[in-house]
Write a protein of this length. Sequence first.
Length: 238
Amino acid sequence: MSKVRILVVDDEPSLVKGLKLSLELEGYEVLTAADGRQALEVFDHGRPDLVVLDLMLPELDGLSVCRRLREHASTPVIMLTAKADDVDKVVGLEVGADDYLTKPFNTRELLARIRAILRRVQLERQAAGMGQERLLRIGDLEIDVPRRRVRRGGSAVLDLTPTEFDLLACLAARPGRVFGRDELLRTVWGYEYIGDDRTVDVHVRRLREKIEPDPSRPAYVMTSWGKGYYAAELGPAR
């Protein structure tokens, strides 16, 4: 069985060296890049299973790299940022990152988040390989869980990131049931999150922009004010 391949992108040699060693000790194959342009080249040639991407990079910043990756790949991305500003974190999520960590961070926490993301991907691939059929529906949205595919109106395929898909599938599996933000972080992201809950809010907003006919008046993913989010039991009339 081939090793899981992770691309680490950062311009701090000591950080890259330390992460590479820690990841290799966990059994991963590690690719590295020191700037944004090199990251895109290594990604195209190496096709990693996950990317750890610094926000502040020479040549091409991390946000631009993430945007370009999202144009043709749904590979999970964990963003690293040296800034404590929430705006940078939110923007990183909005351009397609699945998660973020603020420097300095605990390597064990990063490893836990990597394992959580890869575990979801592995389980989904196993389900698809066994030919398990599992379709979820919200109105005219059809969510094919094993194939990680979402159709609207029976034809158009929607392009979701891995975390957006998992978030939608989690809600759609129990329509009408309200999920609190902490519960969604445990269920979808796979860890106990310490800090603000903007991660969930940003992903819900981005998900709505892709699946809702009118994101300002959501019909599929609803808000229960002060409690969390839920999937509507019925979609919009057609």
